[in-house]
Design a protein around this ligand. Structure first.
Ligand code: GAL
Ligand code: CA
Length: 342
């Protein structure tokens, strides 16, 4: 008798759970309108422009009968204050999920407060907030890549080039004289990339001599300008240029093109990103190699996550680290495999 009762109540409970979840599903279906508001630190950034083009496409691809998506993109033009205002404006305009590429990655508090007050989840991307900030609220996520890995890979590519061709050491002193072009001071992808590239080269048995480094803020024109100064100072002593991204490597190449260089006086150039222009430079052998910053994979993860946080569906298809982070792997690119990326 008692067993029967227990069984009956268990069955009733199951049934109601099923009903509930069915209702819940119905409800999310109806509200499956994903209005994404994006703001990024600067519209002159080549890599991010490509990433956001991909993002639009990926989101469009998820658009189905019962799922409507829209995207609004804002350029913060290098000002955190502007970005804070944009977040407010995007929320007021009805965005129900935000993708934020912070101007100042150490200063997200105002944005997080605004989002939390309005219950609008945030997917930070590319410029990683500090870990404590991501813990401020449960509806905060990050999509990006491990900076360390890109540095190691750049170092491996450089080591391979140096060790396979002794003419890289042009003055034959047994050491490679190098300069570094760095991204923004304080960006996780700048110092970490440099350190890991240099350490990897050293660990591969390459003797190095650092001539100088310059900050060029990821920017091609600034890198050209800095490189012109370096060429003026070091003449033909520079044997290797390690750039934290492709645009700066290309700026360095631009600087050499302005001098009357001979093929044999050119250093080896290495970038990171694998942007369209970067890949072209590898294809034409102007740049020895680059490291693919998986713009498509990151855009896809952002699009799927944006849908998942609103619809409640598809979270299980995403691979998180520490429940909030999605990191896409980098890959090495040289003349040998560049076609696979074009
Ligand atoms: C890096 C990328 C750079 C630049 C920067 C902006 O990951 O390699 O080219 O886009 O992000 O935050
Ligand atoms: Ca040398």
């Amino acid at each position: 008798m008692r067993i029967k009762k227990v069984l009956a109540s268990v069955m009733a409970a199951c049934l109601s759970v099923q009903l509930l979840s069915a209702c819940g599903k119905e409800e999310t279906r109806i509200s499956d309108k994903i209005h994404v508001g994006v703001t990024y630190y600067n519209q002159s950034d080549t890599f991010l422009n490509q990433l956001l083009d991909s993002f639009r496409e990926q989101l469009k691809a998820l658009d189905q009968e019962d799922l409507e998506t829209t995207v609004t993109i804002r350029d913060a033009a290098g000002s955190q204050r502007t970005q804070n205002d944009q977040v407010k404006e995007l929320i007021d305009a009805g965005c129900n999920v935000l993708c934020v590429n912070l101007v100042d990655r150490a200063d997200p508090s105002e944005i997080i407060d605004l989002a939390r007050e309005n219950d609008v989840p945030i997917i930070f991307f590319n410029r990683e907030p500090v870990a404590e900030d991501l813990l401020q609220w449960e509806r905060l996520y990050y999509v990006g890549a491990h900076a360390e890995q890109s540095g190691v890979m750049q170092g491996e590519l450089a080591a391979e080039a140096v060790l396979s061709d002794e003419t890289t050491d042009r003055n034959g002193d047994g050491k490679i004289q190098y300069v570094v072009l760095e991204g923004e001071a304080g960006h996780q992808d700048a110092i970490i990339r440099t350190e890991n590239a240099v350490d990897t080269l050293k660990n591969s048995g390459v003797e190095l001599e650092k001539l100088s480094y310059q900050i060029a803020n990821w920017n091609r024109a600034q890198a050209q300008n800095r490189m012109e100064q370096l060429i003026g100072q070091y003449q033909d002593q520079i044997e290797l240029v390690l750039a934290n991204n492709d645009d700066m490597a290309l700026g360095a190449i631009d600087a050499y093109k302005k001098t009357d260089y001979t093929e044999s006086s050119l250093p080896l150039f290495l970038g990171i990103d694998g942007t369209d222009v970067g890949l072209q430079a590898v294809l034409s052998s102007e740049m020895w190699g680059t490291v693919y910053n998986d713009e498509e994979g990151q855009a896809e993860a952002m699009a799927k996550l944006a849908v998942a946080v609103i619809s409640g569906e598809g979270m299980e298809d995403l691979s998180f680290e520490n429940e909030k982070y999605i990191y896409l792997p980098y890959s090495r690119i040289t003349r040998d495999n560049v076609e696979d990326f074009l």
